[in-house]
Design a protein around this ligand. Sequence first.
Ligand SMILES: *Cc1c(COP(=O)(O)O)cnc(C)c1O
Length: 371
Amino acid sequence: MKKERAWMEVDAQKLRDNYRNLCQFVKDTTCICVVKCNGYGHDAIAEANVLQKAGADWFATACSEEAVSLRTNGITGNILILGHTLPEQMDDLWKYHLTQTVGDVAYGLALASYCRKNNSCVDVHLKIDTGMHRLGIRPDTPMEETGKLFTAEGIRVTGCFSHFATADSTNTEDVEFVYGQQKRFAEWLKTCREYGYNPGMTHISASAAIVNYPEFSYDACRPGILLLGFDSGYMKHPYNRTPVMSLKSRIAKLDVLQPGETIGYGRTYTAKRTMRIATIPIGYGDGIPRNYPKGEVLIRGTRCPLVGRISMDQLCVDVTHLTDVCLFEETVIIGKQGTEEIRLSEMAEKAGTIANEIATKITGRIPRFYN
Ligand SMILES: *Cc1c(COP(=O)(O)O)cnc(C)c1O
């Protein structure tokens, strides 16, 4: 048990196991470990360093700030920036040996020209828009046009990739859309090679596609949540992985509520009987969704329902069924205690969102511990 008010624990061994299981599952495909948004809230620097020690040599971030932070904190492997880097930040690309995504011909040529002016050269991966329509070069862009990116001095194309919009769905239309995207990518790669351009390392699958469409075979894949062991949308089972993260706190106060007394802001909960209430010092200011209907926490390995509104820094739970519960006892908000478990996906479902959003919104006030 920690001495903090509330904290996150990440089980480094489980993270290593998830990484090794994944490597076995994808065989000789390179894993580009996606640790964007502070490793989905799990502490990107700590996560990436565990993975690097386990053998990972490719990482991906959303932006250059995240990439620089990895590079200056022990990550020596390749780092791919999945999003845009503004002209003002392009110096970082060569200074820190980062690989930049190019999802637009004009952007790529601007980057090339900027690199030439600075006598530098930057590795890029081209993003092909096969249907997500968020970022990427449309596959029907004439190869004469896209080809400029392969020949421009100042950039070096070392990879080409795309991204699925519906890989986590079982809906027939969504499944067809996935196959359509994969087909457009394969055809684009074929044309690219016919023109004599080497696409370098090819990749398309993030976690959901890795599990749901193992038949797609490219040089690399881009797992994020799969490494952290949680689900978001449909994932074909069985696939061996374990959640690595727990969110914990300790009981700050125990009290007895009399029938008719209410609890918390707005007096939304009224005791119908005499109740024992534990106050837990963690709230929406730490990232617990304020709207968490039927939410529960674990104390003594049992589920304790939330009562009243969640405050910024505190929440209250019903512990009437626990007669000998003590002050300062460990409380699990996300994770396992005894044989009970509250998963990120359970919290997400009750809160009407996805596990990714919950994880990334756990705030900086929560210290992260890797064991
Ligand atoms: C976030 C992201 C990933 C990783 O997604 P997961 O579902 O967490 O595996 C992969 N590729 C791109 C382009 C992304 O933005």
